[in-house]
Write a new protein. Structure first.
Length: 401
């Protein structure tokens, strides 16, 4: 299913959009993805919405515009925005030491180095410079093996506070403020939100972001009456390039079937949502903090979040969320990867565009120069196993009229 409702008005070439269709078909036909959704918006109008393949292969249930996806790390920009709303309310400042609210951060140690030399700040948590890790590279960093053990223990069975107690017992990978390293820092931001707002993270996101923006399908749990819209998770294995990795009966996102409560509200990767919901969030950011008369952030706060905050010595990023490899054209803001030099990046784009993706190869970027939003939704692990994010971006910029 494809729709080009506003192609001419949006300044997008129909032939270029057709190349996106062909690219999507090639991914489905070659078994690189079970199903994909792409969405383009320009100048506030949806210019393209295309669905290809299956949300569930076994039942031949197709991807549709209201399919619900695991956002995983596309949760991070939402959590970062939520924390910035508290900053606007005067509850905290970027330079504040986070131990003021999370005392366990005061006693952190660095792996094989001893005590931290300076306190972790909220700014460092938002920019992934606080020294934490994620466990993605156990062969390179011995500390990551400890992180892997934490995630293997089904952390979804814990509350966010319980998970924090476990994570904050682990040492840091690096001294706070010394380097950029993608990490669990945004989960800590989610915990900080709960403390500052004195309510569960899920409730704060609902009241502050989802309800005002009309994001009706965004939550940490897929409701019982929406399960038939939830996409199945697939991934690569040597035996099967589209192996099913999760079943509804044991899904950490569904309690109505498994009977296991969804206890963990992960600010770093716990949300589920639709492309249309996420478009409303992205459009709010493109509109400098407001949508349909509802203001979420001040324009100057959006500007602060979407500029690079890293010094040159921390570049290139070890992970840019767009493609494998190190490119010095990417910096990092408050929850977003920032395009600071389009001539030294992995994919087509504009200076100042900001983006982030999710572990199941979902992706969203916002280009203020072009007044453009691009969203790619699928459910495939591991992230960046295929070059779909880069290829999609390249197709989009080729389609600009």
């Amino acid at each position: 299913m494809s729709q080009f409702p506003q192609t001419a008005q949006a300044g997008l070439d129909a032939a270029g959009l057709e190349r996106i269709e062909q690219w999507m078909e090639s991914y489905i036909d070659s078994g690189k993805s079970a199903g994909m959704l792409t969405l383009l918006s320009r100048n506030g109008e949806v210019a393209q919405l295309s669905c290809r393949g299956y949300a569930d292969i076994a039942s031949k249930r197709p991807i549709t515009s209201d399919t619900i996806f695991r956002l995983y790390s596309m949760t991070k920009p939402i959590t970062s925005v939520a924390l910035m709303t508290l900053l606007e309310q005067g509850r905290c400042e970027l330079g504040d030491t986070a131990k003021r609210w999370i005392p366990a951060l005061a006693g952190m140690e660095v792996y094989q180095q001893g005590k931290i030399e300076s306190d972790i700040t909220i700014h460092q948590l938002l920019t992934h410079t606080a020294g934490f890790s994620y466990g993605f590279e156990p062969d390179k960093y011995p500390l990551d093996k400890l992180y892997v053990e934490v995630w293997r223990q089904r952390p979804q069975d814990q509350t966010l506070q319980q998970l924090m107690q476990t994570l904050l017992e682990l040492p840091l990978l690096a001294q706070p403020g010394s380097r950029w390293h993608y990490s669990v820092a945004t989960d800590i931001c989610g915990y900080l939100i709960e403390i500052l707002a004195d309510m569960p993270l899920a409730d704060y996101l609902q009241q502050t972001i989802f309800d005002p923006l009309g994001m009706v399908d965004s939550a940490f749990e897929v409701a019982a009456d929406k399960i038939d819209r939830f996409a199945t998770l697939y991934g690569y294995s040597e035996q099967d390039p589209l192996a099913q990795l999760e079943r509804n009966e044991t899904s950490p996102f569904i309690s109505s079937i498994s009977g296991i409560p969804v206890r963990l509200h992960s600010g770093g990767g716990g949300l589920t949502s639709t492309a249309l919901d996420y478009l409303r969030f992205a459009q709010m950011m493109l509109n400098r903090g407001q949508l349909d008369g509802r203001r979420i952030l001040k324009p100057e706060t959006v500007a602060l979040m979407t500029r690079n905050h890293l010094p040159l010595h921390m570049l290139p990023l070890s992970f840019n969320g767009v493609a494998r490899g190190a490119y010095s054209g990417y910096g990092f803001g408050l929850g977003y990867c920032i395009n600071i030099d389009p001539d030294d990046t992995a994919a087509a784009g504009s200076a100042g565009d900001f983006s982030w993706g999710g572990m199941a190869d979902t992706y969203c970027w916002v280009d203020p120069q072009q007044q453009l939003i691009g969203i790619l939704m699928q459910q495939y692990l591991p992230s960046l196993h295929h070059a779909g994010r880069k290829e999609f971006r390249d197709c989009v910029y080729q389609a600009l009229a």
